[in-house]
Ligand binder design. Structure first.
Ligand code: NAP
Length: 354
């Protein structure tokens, strides 16, 4: 039976990706779109400033945009709500939706670090869904909330997980070059970014440093314990690229490994945590390794695996950290946001939560 789904924040960059990915999804029927009062009452095609590379799906054209309305979600028997709202709007709203018995898959940063809220990058930590039982019991919700990690962190942790499993990791240094779409539809004025680079993204470094430890953590007694054996430090920068975050990563390993061993571990990472579940949005290779000296590049590599794979290149020995260094590119609005959200919803369906 197909699940009835809604997108909240449907007119923004992440909302548009959700609409694109859900329009023809085999398990989900896109029933309701909601956004701010500015858009409410208009047809989707009329209200949205569509910016994605492919045309707007036909099914979305005539859908009407509603203001956020929790009663309407219940009345329309929505099973899953995908939220792409600013964090300050999501903070109070999402628990109210979960209380109504609806599954919430959220991109907003609110509640991401709470120990009973799974922060899912399914190939890395699908087992964290376990905490949902405790979440429902302790909070008294009949629905649940699952969070999509910060975009930079989702891309980074897909590459860290195989290294943690094979060699162990002590310290990670990451310097990012992040795409404009990561700042939202009206995020960075052209006068600020053309011919320029902005060496500051509010709150981003803390998100990468804290969320990575949670995603690489483990479940104990209904709570997620952060992996404090791994130290992460980040410097985040906005660059003049439309889509696709690039990250230069430096890793101190617990045991010495050659460049070939590291490449093999990354290339052979299958995302065992979701193997056999047959999730439609899961890429066949979550991490793709390229050998060319000048790859990965955002324009060439951001659509690998339909935007769900990350691409790693320039793997080299790091003599200072006694480990390795490499460059990774990932699609921030797909693997880092809506695509990961849809994959999480598929996981929740398979696990019986949706
Ligand atoms: N962009 C990315 O790569 C990315 C990656 C990971 C996570 N995120 C997170 O995902 C969320 C959405 O990001 P975005 O980049 O899509 O932002 P965006 O382009 O600015 O879109 C924001 C959306 O929220 C709606 N909205 C704003 N204020 C509202 C209000 N008071 N009530 C109801 N709806 C409201 C907007 O509707 P109107 O059009 O009607 O104003 C729009 O649909 C944010 O929390 C962001 O941090 C973004």
């Amino acid at each position: 039976m197909k699940r009835r789904v809604a997108v909240l924040g449907a007119t923004g960059i992440v909302g548009q990706r959700f609409v694109q990915l859900l329009a023809e999804h085999p398990w989900f029927d896109l029933e309701l779109l909601m956004a701010s009062e500015r858009s409410a009452g208009k047809r989707y095609a009329e209200a949205v400033h569509w910016v994605l590379e492919k045309p707007m799906p036909r099914i979305a054209y005539e859908l009407q945009l509603h203001p956020i309305d929790i009663e309407m979600l219940s009345k329309e028997k929505i099973d899953i709500v995908f939220t792409a709202l600013p964090a300050d709007v999501a903070r109070d709203l999402e628990p109210q939706i979960a209380r109504k018995g609806i599954v919430v898959v959220s991109n907003a940063s609110s509640m991401r670090l709470e120990p009973d809220i799974p922060l899912l990058n399914p190939e890395v930590n699908a087992d964290h869904v376990e905490v949902l039982e405790a979440q429902k019991r302790v909070r008294g919700w009949s629905g649940v909330i699952a969070k999509v990690p910060n975009c930079t962190t989702a891309i980074l942790t897909l590459t860290l997980k195989p290294l943690v499993d094979e060699f162990g990791i002590r310290r990670v240094v990451v310097s990012t070059m992040q795409a404009l779409s990561g700042a939202g539809l009206t995020g960075v004025p052209s006068m600020f970014i053309l011919d320029n680079l902005i060496p500051y993204i509010e709150g981003e470094e803390e998100k990468v440093e804290n969320e990575s430890k949670k995603i690489l953590g483990s479940v104990k007694s209904g709570r997620i314990e952060f992996n404090n054996n791994v130290e992460v430090t980040a410097s985040c920068h906005r660059v003049m690229v439309l889509d696709g975050h690039t990250e230069a990563v430096f890793v101190e390993l617990n045991r010495k490994a050659s460049v070939d061993e590291v490449a093999k571990a990354l290339e052979e990472f299958k995302g065992n945590k979701i193997r056999g579940l047959d999730l439609p949005t899961a890429p066949s290779k979550p991490v793709v390794v390229r050998k060319e000296v000048d790859r990965p590049q955002p324009r060439l590599d951001r659509m690998e695996g339909n935007g769900m794979s990350v691409v790693v290149g320039r793997i080299r020995e790091d003599k200072v950290l006694n480990g390795v260094k490499y460059v990774v590119v990932g699609n921030n609005t797909i693997r880092g946001a809506a695509g990961n959200g849809v994959l999480i919803a598929e996981l929740l369906v398979r696990k019986g939560y949706a």
